[in-house]
Design a protein around this ligand. Structure first.
Ligand code: UDP
Length: 686
């Protein structure tokens, strides 16, 4: 009780003033705890402290002082510098206690293993109904779920136990879709889901078009869908060669391997098909399949792509005998079965002063954020043994960023410029290196994650050196020009004196913390590391509203826009842009009316370049920005490549190809107004 008093005195109500109106509205609608009669139990400062205390409790286990850590975590959150993912804020110190934003749940090709213990099928460890049940529990606690439906036998295949006919992955996806309609997440938000399918699955064509054309706005509305591609498929597609679709039931090695081993397995399966040992489902030109993907994505935004080879290669955890087969709902985390995302984001705006970045404070806060996320793992209450076991085995965290667009504006750099790319590259590399340093120090203090000895970390390998190697050794041989063009743009940014003054001091800070590559590599192989994976760029949907900044690494969506959320219709202005317009006295009546109508500035406005918005920015810059952050990431980057509604289909094709080539973990495009209902609309008059 004495400690609680002490912490209560530490609360600083004046920090409530840091919140914007929409920030307060968001907190009140879902985050602040309420009594049964609906009255509020806490204020924003209580929320930050409750979360801080709930998480810092983990320190007790290691003989640490939870009070000191509570204060430090509180300071970080209450100043809006660190935002943990929503379930951490919802559930810290509550009975539910589930703090992760998302999971990947496997689906084996059987109905149930957990309820059918007589079953002795080695391929059946977690059946469809087991996954459905677990997904329900996860939604209840506010988490989202990603699945790969590709282990399920195709529609029309045999079912031996009943001598019936299999209904295929899509029919089961509908079951999960209905589940989400029924169970709202913890009564707070609707469950987000990712449904994936391998490119080689016999039902892939139906999957690709399952949310487009006539089915748009109708089917699988509670799913994002993505095709799991790999380098083998992409090369076949570029060359326009034929591929065979294969039944996973007859070739299970396909989902148990990646990279060269996968190619060996796949070619073995094709031999078996040609020899008539297994059934031919379909032979198809890979380019036709690729065009189908692109056409659907142009039409409706779905499917996205996820590069399974890249995700498995960059991932440093490397669990023996296991392959990463899916991501969470918004693709920021490529996860092993039963792993979870424990996300937190650093609000970059808070580290800009007078056109410079305060690298010292950023370094300190990144370390604290890593400790916070690592503590989350120890206090998290997960709804299944399999989740608990896996999460403690890899101790994966996902540190990301928020407010990049505001930061670039504050530095006077337009988003679609070499300078903005260079500064982003510097920010991303700095945060990644400091985060790895922090996790090494935690390993020294609390021990490495249990599966450490199997991973690439133990060999002193850093994820970003793998990104570089792949770009130089693989992508350059496929399309040298595109790779060189991107690297040239980045170089041009670094050569600008303005950029050099912004990044001045960053290397010295890293050196001070022994966080340059050579030192990190030695220390990670000798001391160990606390967390199997560390970085992740999430969409920051709600958290950006709370922090009052533009979300994640996205450009301004618009200067004025309407957001339709379950909590109501929010009319929003980007504060950084608005402030700048006021300070520069360039918001006259005509400009204001233009902004309200179209959401953007008139072309001839003096700030029109600096305040460019998502649809004014060419897709290539969107992709460049995404891959710049991906380079320093070991799990995934969630970003939407927003395109104007009149974008031709060829642009989507090029964007998808470029993303694969430049090492994006995945890609999602969205053409304005391509669906009948979208969350955000430009302008505030509609
Ligand atoms: N998520 C979810 N339901 C939602 C929004 C998000 O399950 O309504 C999950 C989803 O897996 C997503 C992750 O939370 O990938 C992180 O999303 P975001 O960064 O937008 O979360 P927030 O800002 O709410 O913490």
């Amino acid at each position: 009780a004495q400690h609680i008093d002490e912490l209560a005195k530490y609360l600083d109500p004046s920090r409530d003033l840091l919140l914007t109106y929409n920030g307060v509205r968001t907190l009140m609608s879902r985050y602040l705890l309420k009594r049964l009669d609906g009255t509020f139990f806490e204020t924003p400062q209580y929320l930050w402290m409750r979360t801080a205390m709930g998480v810092a409790y983990a320190e007790l286990k290691y003989g640490g002082d939870p009070i000191t850590w509570s204060r430090r975590f509180y300071d970080l959150m209450s100043q809006l510098k660190l935002m943990p993912n929503s379930p951490t804020l919802y559930n810290a110190m509550t009975r539910l206690g589930q703090l992760s934003a998302c999971f990947v749940v496997p689906i084996d090709d059987c109905l149930s293993r957990e309820s059918d213990t007589n079953r002795e099928d080695p391929e059946c460890n977690f059946g469809i109904m087991d996954a459905l049940r677990l997904a329900a529990l996860i939604f209840q606690s506010g988490g989202g779920v990603g699945y790969n439906f590709g282990k399920l036998r195709p529609e029309g295949d045999i079912v031996r136990s009943t001598t019936g006919i299999a209904s295929g992955p899509l029919s089961f996806m509908k079951l999960f879709d209905t589940l989400v309609d029924t169970i709202k997440q913890g009564g707070k938000r609707r469950g987000a889901q990712m449904g994936m399918l391998f490119w080689w699955h016999p039902d892939i064509e139906r999957f690709i078009t399952s949310k487009s054309g006539e089915l748009k706005d109708v089917q699988l509305q509670n799913f994002n869908i993505s095709v799991a591609i790999d380098d083998y498929f992409m090369q076949k597609a570029l060359k326009g060669e034929d591929v065979y679709l294969v039944n996973p039931r007859e070739c299970p090695c396909l989902y148990k391997t990646w990279g060269e081993e996968f190619v060996k397995c796949y070619e073995g399966c094709v031999e078996a098909i040609k020899a008539g040992k297994i059934r031919i489902w379909r032979r198809i030109n890979a380019k036709e399949l690729w065009d189908k993907i692109v056409k659907s994505a142009w039409d409706s935004g779905d499917p996205g792509l996820w590069n399974r080879d890249l995700a498995n290669y960059i991932n440093n955890e490397k669990l023996p005998g296991e392959v990463i087969n899916a991501t969470n709902p918004c693709s920021e985390e490529s996860l092993y079965d039963f792993e979870s995302c424990n996300l937190g984001s650093i609000n970059l705006v808070k580290y800009v002063y007078d056109g410079r970045i305060d690298w010292d404070s950023l370094a300190r806060d990144v370390q604290l954020a890593v400790r916070f996320l690592d503590d989350v793992i120890d206090v998290n209450k997960l709804p299944h043994d399999r989740l608990r076991k896996r999460v403690l085995e890899t101790r994966r965290i996902g540190l990301g960023t928020n407010g990049l667009a505001d930061t670039l504006i504050a530095l006077g750099l337009r988003y679609d410029s070499p300078q903005a790319l260079a500064v982003s590259n510097e920010l991303a590399s700095f945060i990644a290196r400091m985060a790895v340093r922090a996790s090494i120090e935690l390993a020294r203090e609390k021990g490495a994650y249990p599966a450490y000895k199997h991973g690439d970390w133990a060999e002193g390998v850093l994820p970003w050196t793998k990104h570089r190697e792949r770009l130089e050794k693989f992508s350059s041989t496929v399309d040298k020009n595109s790779v060189e063009e991107y690297l040239k743009v980045l170089d041009a940014g670094y050569n600008d004196p303005r950029v050099r003054s912004v990044i001045d001091g960053a290397t010295a800070v890293l050196r001070g913390y022994r966080a340059l590559d050579g030192e990190l590599s030695i220390d990670v192989s000798t001391i160990g590391i606390r967390n199997g994976s560390i970085m992740s760029i999430a969409p920051e949907g709600s958290r950006s509203l709370i922090a009052g900044v533009n979300s994640s690494i996205e450009p301004l969506f618009a200067i004025a826009y309407i957001r339709n959320l379950s909590i109501g219709k929010l009319i929003e202005y980007n504060y950084t842009a608005l402030r700048l317009l006021m300070v520069t006295k360039t918001l006259d009546g005509v400009t204001r009316r233009f902004v309200e109508e179209y959401g953007i500035l008139p072309r001839d406005h003096p700030l029109a370049n600096l305040l460019r918005t998502a649809h004014e920015i060419h897709w290539k810059w969107h992709v460049y920005m995404q891959v710049t952050w991906a380079k320093w990431n070991d799990s995934g980057v969630s970003k939407t490549i927003n395109m104007p509604s009149d974008t031709p289909i060829e642009d989507v094709e090029q964007a998808y190809r470029l993303a694969w080539l430049l090492n994006a973990f995945g890609i999602t495009v969205y053409r304005d107004k391509s669906k009948s209902v979208q969350v955000i609309y430009t302008g505030v008059k509609s």
